[in-house]
Write a protein that binds this ligand. Sequence first.
Ligand code: DX5
Ligand code: ZN
Length: 215
Amino acid sequence: MAQIAPSILAADFLHLEKDIQLVNRCGDIIHLDVMDGTFVPNISFGFSVIDQVARIATAPMDAHLMVVHPERWVEKIAKDGVKMCSFHWEAAGRNTSRLIERIHALGMQAGVAINPDVPVSRLYPYIGKADYFLVMSVFAGFGGQKFIYETLDRVAALRAEIERRGAKALIEIDGGVNLGNAQTIREGGVDLIVAGSAVFGAEDPAAAISALRGA
Ligand code: DX5
Ligand code: ZN
C-alpha cells in the first residue's frame, strides 16, 4: 500500500503543532518542502520551522530540498533527525552520486528528485545508489497545481528500469494529488504519495489521508 506524506507547505502555520500532530497520528511521513527562491520562484521555510517541527515529530520526516546548493544543508537536516532527504538532480548535476553518499554517511535515506521537463532517464545512473526517487508531478515551487498525467508514464519507465537492473528503490510522487486522481496514481505503482492541499485544505484532513491511501 502506498504511504501518504502530507506536505506541511499547505498546513496552517498559525497552528502548525496541530497539523504536525495530525500527521503523527494519521499520516505516514511528514513532507518538508524547502524552497530557496532561486532554484524555484518561491520561498517556503527553513530551519526556524524545521527545528520546531522536529521537536514534536514522531512520524519520520522527509525533506524535499528545492535549493541550488543542497550539499550546504544536509548536515543540519540530519541533525534535526530527518530520515529521508531528497534533492534535485537539476541542482546537483554531476555531484549527485557524491551527495547521495554524503546523505548516507549522515545516516539518512537519499532521494533524487526531478521536475517534469527532465527526462526520467537522467535518474537511471543513480539506480542502486539512491534509496528513493521523487518524480515531480507538477513543477516544483508551489502547492495547489494541477497533476501532470504523463508523470505516470515516467513512473512506469523508472519502475521497469529499476526491476530490469534487479535493484530496489522507492518511487515518490509529488504535486497535484487529490481525492479524484489518487486511485489512478496508486495504480500507477508509486510507493510514497505527497499531498499538501488535498490534506490540509480538506474539511476533515484525517479522512482525506485515509481516502488518499485507499483505505
Ligand atoms: C511543490 C512541493 C509539493 C507541494 C504539493 O513544489 O514539492 O510538495 O507541497 O502540494 P499539492 O499537494 O497541493 O500539489
Ligand atoms: Zn515536495
